[in-house]
Design a protein around this ligand. Structure first.
Ligand SMILES: Nc1ncnc2c1ncn2[C@@H]1O[C@H](COP(=O)(O)OP(=O)(O)OP(=O)(O)O)[C@@H](O)[C@H]1O
Length: 247
């Protein structure tokens, strides 16, 4: 991706922010509220056209690519949650297969839906109406729909924000399994411990700029955490825990 610059309503939202996502890696996007993580993820997905720069996949400008092509190659899980219609969970997850409808392969669709339900621990809830799910169950259903696409790249915006610790660990382990199978995964996270433990690479954003990009241990330094978040951290193994405010 070429460094993206974007202004909205007279404010600079992205300032020459560049990202690359390789097959088989889990990339974590971290940074304070309003840093530009969601906007950068949308640019990476080709869903937001920046004023300059932009994302390229297989030589194509993603923002100019046909929506169907984009949806088959790249699965995007937005941060925003909208109340699901009163459809069964498995039918809502099956919507993730829509980008493939020009080439219907029923058995393959069924397998992909079942795999996604299993990865998100929703097999037991598959027949329940989506409108009756708890907040965390709903978040898992939305992730399952994104997983069911089985695209080469998955871009997920805060997929674990509503999840209990066990399900959050499970989702991060799913991302590692996907990456082991060759998928490129970019995930926006606020949990520094998960970023440190599960990401191959971490990009730290502040005020629309990428201020660090590298191995978790090289990015999540005491100095960076203080400078960007204003927090002092403690560490358990690789995990980084925000401990106190420094200002
Ligand atoms: N359509 C828009 N018009 C004007 N400003 C916008 C628009 N969309 C986002 N912004 C601003 O851009 C900045 C970056 O927003 P973005 O959602 O990318 O941040 P973020 O890092 O994902 O934040 P959070 O952690 O709170 O989700 C914010 O200051 C936000 O208010």
């Amino acid at each position: 991706m070429r460094g993206a610059t974007l202004s909205l309503a007279g404010r600079t939202i992205l300032d020459d922010a560049a990202a690359r996502l390789a097959p088989g890696e889990v990339l974590g996007l971290i940074g304070p509220n309003g840093a530009g993580k969601s906007t950068l993820l949308r640019v990476m997905a080709g869903m937001q056209r920046p004023d300059a720069g932009g994302a390229v996949l297989d030589g194509r400008d993603l923002a100019a690519a046909a929506a169907g092509w984009r949806a088959r190659h790249l699965s995007f899980l937005p941060q925003e949650d909208v109340p699901p219609p009163p459809m069964r969970v498995e039918d809502l997850v099956a919507l993730g297969r829509l980008p493939h409808r020009a080439h219907p392969e029923r058995a393959r669709d069924r397998e992909a839906i079942t795999r996604a339900l299993r990865e998100t621990d929703l097999l037991d809830l598959r027949a329940r109406p989506g409108s009756m799910l708890s907040g965390g169950e709903r978040a898992r259903m939305r992730l399952a729909r994104a997983l069911a696409v089985e695209a080469a790249y998955l871009l997920a915006d805060e997929p674990v924000a509503a999840l209990d610790p066990a399900h959050a660990l499970n989702v991060m382990a799913s991302f590692r399994r996907l990456a082991a199978g060759g998928t490129g995964v970019a995930v926006v996270l606020h949990d520094l411990a998960l970023a440190a433990r599960f990401c191959d690479r971490v990009m730290l954003m502040q005020a629309g700029r990428v201020v660090a990009d590298g191995l978790p241990q090289d990015v999540l330094t005491d100095m960076a955490m203080q400078a960007v978040y204003g927090v002092a951290v403690r560490r358990i193994g690789q995990a980084v825990i925000p401990w106190s405010l420094t200002e």
